[in-house]
Unconditional design. Structure first.
Length: 97
């Protein structure tokens, strides 16, 4: 399955990794590894995420306060947001298109 990121989700990923790396050397890499493991799992089992509004699902990143917000079809998984658990719910809804 092809995995794609909305440009703003990609920026959220970069920002979060940089934040964690600034907090402790190596923590940003551990965060990226956790995201990659989650994406690998979702690539084979996209239905694992918690159903959200419409066709969207959320999958929590292990050990970090983030979830991947995504939608999928048989060939593609599209990440719309890397949503921090303390941000406003569905702040990403304007990215639907």
């Amino acid at each position: 399955m092809i995995v794609g990121f909305h440009p703003l989700a990609n920026q959220e990923l970069t920002d979060a990794a940089q934040f964690y790396e600034a907090r402790a050397p190596g923590l940003g890499a551990r965060f990226l590894d956790a995201v990659e493991r989650s994406l690998a799992l979702l690539s084979t089992h996209p239905e694992l995420g918690r159903p959200g509004p419409g066709p969207f699902r959320a999958f929590p990143i292990r050990r970090f306060p983030y979830s991947l917000v995504y939608r999928f079809d048989p060939d593609r998984l599209e990440v719309l947001a890397l949503a921090h658990h303390r941000r406003h719910p569905q702040y990403w809804s304007g990215r639907i298109g």
